[in-house]
Design a protein around this ligand. Structure first.
Ligand SMILES: Nc1nc2c(ncn2[C@@H]2O[C@H](COP(=O)(O)OP(=O)(O)OP(=O)(O)O)[C@@H](O)[C@H]2O)c(=O)[nH]1
Length: 272
């Protein structure tokens, strides 16, 4: 028995649910099946039905009403409740042997960058369910191309990578929204950032020490090769296909299925 678990992570509004639905649509078109595991206790109804839904155990409304908590405290309460009730998760997962499960997660990144709740759940999925896991961490292109946001965004991705300890893909979402501001070549350099890329933005810093700091952090990133992105544009099937091929390679889904090599080159969506 083997299961694949794809975690869809990232700050609020980066496109996690849209990406989850795009993967399901793509997999259906190539004759594969996948299921959505909704881990957002405040989720709205989505294009595809959730196969497993945390709201059947606890919803954000239950937590905020019963415990008199605000939305963030309520969300943390829901995850702690899930952690205490892993037998519920075991039971609902019991029906999904040999399946491809996509975990759509909430956008409150403290759940996977600051507190150990999601890492504990992920550890349980790996150990108790023999799940082959891959984390996808989405950051939206219109933010990441701004140098001051680039750092907080990439550091949050790195923090999740270190806390979760599962193979990790960084994804630059909503690439279509920057295609009229940047050439294909510039966008390719955002996917694998280098110091040269940010030189034209350094003038925004009055304090020259920030310029030096910027260059040092980008250099560190380059030296360790920690942050590279795969491009995503939700309506562009090629970007979805490439990301799925990487996930398949990481989770070795293809080993038990048809042979499937990951693509060598990133394919950027065509300019509008
Ligand atoms: N232009 C563009 N818009 C996108 C893309 N992906 C998502 N969006 C839009 O971004 C908004 C947020 O998308 P969601 O999928 O709800 O984002 P989310 O990360 O699941 O949001 P939360 O669950 O609230 O954290 C919606 O209006 C989407 O239509 C994309 O690739 N391109």
């Amino acid at each position: 028995m083997s299961r694949v678990g794809v975690l869809v992570l990232g700050p609020a509004g980066v496109g996690k649910t849209t990406f989850t639905n795009s993967i399901i649509t793509y997999l259906h078109t190539v004759g594969r099946t996948a299921h959505i595991v909704n881990l957002d206790p405040a989720a709205e109804p989505s294009e595809y039905e959730f196969s497993i839904d945390i709201r059947e155990l606890i919803s954000l409304e239950d937590a905020t009403d019963a415990m008199k908590l605000g939305p963030n405290g309520g969300l943390i309460y829901c995850f702690e409740f899930l952690l205490k009730n892993l037998d519920w998760l075991d039971e609902v997962l019991g029906d999904y042997d040999d399946e491809y499960l996509i975990f759509d997660c909430p956008g409150q990144i403290e759940l996977y960058t600051h507190i150990p709740v999601l890492p504990s759940i992920v550890k349980h999925l790996k150990e108790a369910h023999n799940m082959s896991m891959c984390a996808t961490y989405l950051l939206q292109a219109p933010y990441v191309v701004d140098i001051s946001k680039y750092f907080s965004a990439t550091l949050s991705a790195m923090s999740a990578m270190m806390l979760l300890e599962v193979p990790h893909l960084n994804i630059l979402s909503k690439v279509d929204l920057i295609q009229d501001r940047y050439s294909k070549q510039q966008i390719k350099r955002f996917l694998s950032p280098d110091t040269f890329l940010f030189n034209d933005q350094n003038e925004m810093f009055v304090n020259q020490r920030y310029v030096a700091l910027t260059e040092a952090i980008v250099q560190l990133n380059q030296d360790f090769g920690m942050i590279e992105f795969l491009p995503l544009s939700a309506k562009d099937n090629d970007t979805i296909e490439t990301i799925v091929s990487y996930i398949d390679d990481i989770t070795q889904w293809a080993e038990n299925q048809e042979p499937h090599e990951p693509k060598d080159e990133f394919e950027l969506p065509e300019d509008e």
